[in-house]
Design a protein around this ligand. Sequence first.
Ligand code: KDG
Length: 303
Amino acid sequence: MDILCLGEPLIELNQQADGRYLSGIGGDTSNCAIAAARQGAQVAYYSQVGDDAFGRQLRQCWSQEGVDDSAVVTTLAGHTGLYFVDHNEAGHHFSYLRAGSAASLMQAESLPREQIEKAAVLHLSGISLGISDNAADAAFAAIELARQAGRVVSFDPNYRPALWPITRARALIHEAMARCQIALPGLDDARLLTGLEDPNQIADFYLRLGVEIVALTLGADGVLVATAQERKQLPAHQVVPLDATGAGDTFDGTFLAQWLRTNDPFAAAAYGNAAAALSTQGFGAVTPIPHRVDVERQLAKTG
Ligand code: KDG
């Protein structure tokens, strides 16, 4: 197994230009898993879904995408979560119906220990730390298991203000990040969480926490990749975004898939940068995620 993603998947209702809502699936770590699978990586997902039509829809999608969901638990204790995406001049906006969801009830005791120990990379996000105390405990326990097995841990802060206050998010996200080797923050989140403005200072902040690779996505300014030895800023691909929902998750999944192939964080970031740009060209978190052939075509076109 190349990558195991852990987090909360959600059913997505994404508002179109005509006001109608298009149904799909989302959830940052599930988006990341699908993005990695579309590049040819072997990917598994861990979460909990409700014993309901939405839970079955998610499983169907993972199976179509080749994401191994054998460790995902179906529970009667909670429902599958749901979110709406609305769009205005400022970009996209999320509203959630997720309180008490199946995923928020996940427990450290039920983690798929064997899968965590076998996957080359464990990927998680700040959303799991924010949805409930027990999900946060489960996320920290998963990080510990991966570390003890000598695996790489990757983390995207994905700060969602609707879930929790910034002071609590800061404390937990920094604590988690200090246990990871790969940091995949977006600039807006990183600014809020670190209190720093300058991307280079933000990269230094995460390197000082102990992370080995930082890939800081900068939106229209591309991506800044930093290790202790080297750093580079890669320019953004020139696209007019239609819906940026899930672009960061696409970056995460495609970066990880390419990093595992090449062991080169700069090549992986160039690849993820192209994939994330392509993912903004359609509505929804998952449908527009590109496959390897599309990303390679985009890279060839832009040199
Ligand atoms: O990055 C996109 C995700 O945020 C979206 O799919 C929904 O996971 C989600 C969340 O909790 O915001």
